[in-house]
Write a protein that binds this ligand. Structure first.
Ligand SMILES: [Zn+2]
Length: 405
């Protein structure tokens, strides 16, 4: 059992006063446990007790036994890490319009002082809190502009989804393989990109930005397929019909002598015997654009995204720097959000400049693209101020400068 410390002891809060002249008048007690450790005893609210009961039940449901002492109190901690929580807290406070001084003090002290809880905190903690507020108000601390830019860019993912939705509704709705094979392929990749964006939006909202890169590669490949379909309409059409024909039985894969499939990269027409390629060479397609910036961007982004799809240890560099490997640490939240916006805008800009014809729709899409580009440039400039610039940021900036908007 915990036993309250004596009133004449030095208060454990660090005030250098006797306990009876310090924290004893607060809404908590300082106590000593069986092992002699000092602990702070705060009465739990009904809600908190309810949470613990729920968590114990959940533990039993998952592991089939009651939780014991060294088991986690709340399994929910495995769903969000402390780092994620800190990052998100920043953005949540920014989004909620919470006073910057309070946001700063909260981040610095790990406390949130209010009228309701002031009596549950020690005078030392309240002083720390007040010092942080004063420090901020004296102007010695500036709010982090990266946080504000990244919040805007994260919110912008929604704008991009709306633009994709508008394109699908107004341009692509009535396209079928039989009426326009190339257009159908493009419609397919616009739809796929929109689905990817919606997944990424949920992932970033739920603090899982690392998984974003694998999805981004799919979206970037859609861009390459759209480029391919427009520059090689004949081959793209053959590819589409061969792919559909594999299902309907008018095409088949080439076979080995023993009847096993030799390759899934080619389909053979059953009647014509004609061989049709089912995959494209990404590099060759990008090269067709004859743009140096496009090629540089391809090389940079493809390597980066592939690293995350086939993870190698270099991706984990930052974890090891921190001397602990924690799979919860979000390595690249900012990068993930920036590249998501960039690739989604690259596809939209290409569609608006090369495929769409209805002028209101073109203008709507370009408006979102321009807005996205400006927000990306803001954050790139801010990051450059911090570390003097990087090669990948230069390549990204150069690529989005190509936009014709
Ligand atoms: Zn005290």
């Amino acid at each position: 059992m915990n036993k309250e410390i004596s009133g004449n002891e030095l208060c454990p809060c660090g005030s250098k006063k006797k306990y009876k002249r310090c924290c004893r008048k607060k809404d908590f007690t300082w106590a000593r446990d069986e092992d002699g450790n000092i602990c702070r005893v705060v009465s739990a609210s009904d809600e908190l007790i309810e949470e613990f009961h729920k968590s114990r039940k959940q533990f039993f449901d998952v592991f089939g036994r009651d939780s014991i002492q060294d088991d986690p109190l709340l399994l929910g901690k495995y769903l969000v890490s402390d780092t994620d929580y800190d990052n998100d807290l920043d953005q949540a406070m920014e989004a909620a319009g919470i006073d910057s001084a309070i946001a700063y003090a909260c981040k610095k002290t790990g406390l949130l002082v209010s009228q309701q809880n002031i009596n549950k905190l020690t005078d030392v903690e309240i002083e720390e809190w007040n010092d942080a507020i004063t420090e901020f108000n004296n102007g010695s601390i500036e709010a982090n502009p990266i946080t504000s830019f990244i919040t805007k860019l994260e919110a912008n993912i929604e704008h991009l989804i709306f633009a994709y939705g508008l394109v699908l509704d107004k341009y692509a709705n009535n396209i079928a393989p039989s009426t326009g094979p190339v257009e159908f392929m493009i419609k397919f990749h616009i739809t796929k990109s929109m689905k990817v964006l919606r997944s990424i939006r949920l992932l970033t909202q739920n603090s899982m930005p690392d998984t974003v890169f694998a999805l981004l590669r799919t979206m970037y490949e859609s861009y390459i397929y759209i480029l391919y379909a427009l520059s090689n309409p004949k081959e793209a059409e053959e590819m589409l019909f061969a792919t559909l024909g594999l299902d309907s039985g008018t095409y088949r894969y080439p076979l080995n002598a023993d009847g096993s499939i030799k390759s899934k990269k080619i389909a053979i027409g059953i009647k014509s015997g004609k061989e049709v390629k089912l995959t494209i060479n990404n590099y060759q397609v990008i090269k067709l654009t004859k743009s140096k910036s496009e090629l540089e961007f391809y090389e940079m982004i493809y390597e980066l995204l592939s690293k995350h799809v086939h993870p190698n240890l270099s991706v984990l560099d930052q974890c090891f720097d921190m001397n602990k490997f924690d799979h919860f640490i979000s390595l690249h939240k900012v990068d993930g959000i920036v590249y998501t916006n960039a690739i989604a805008a690259i596809i939209l800009e290409y569609i608006a400049s090369n495929i769409l014809s209805e002028s209101i729709l073109v203008n709507d899409v370009k408006h979102v693209v321009k807005d996205t580009r400006d927000k990306i440039i803001n954050i790139l400039q801010e990051l450059d101020l911090i570390d003097g610039g990087s090669e990948s940021r230069r390549i990204l900036a150069q690529r989005i400068e190509l936009f014709s908007i």
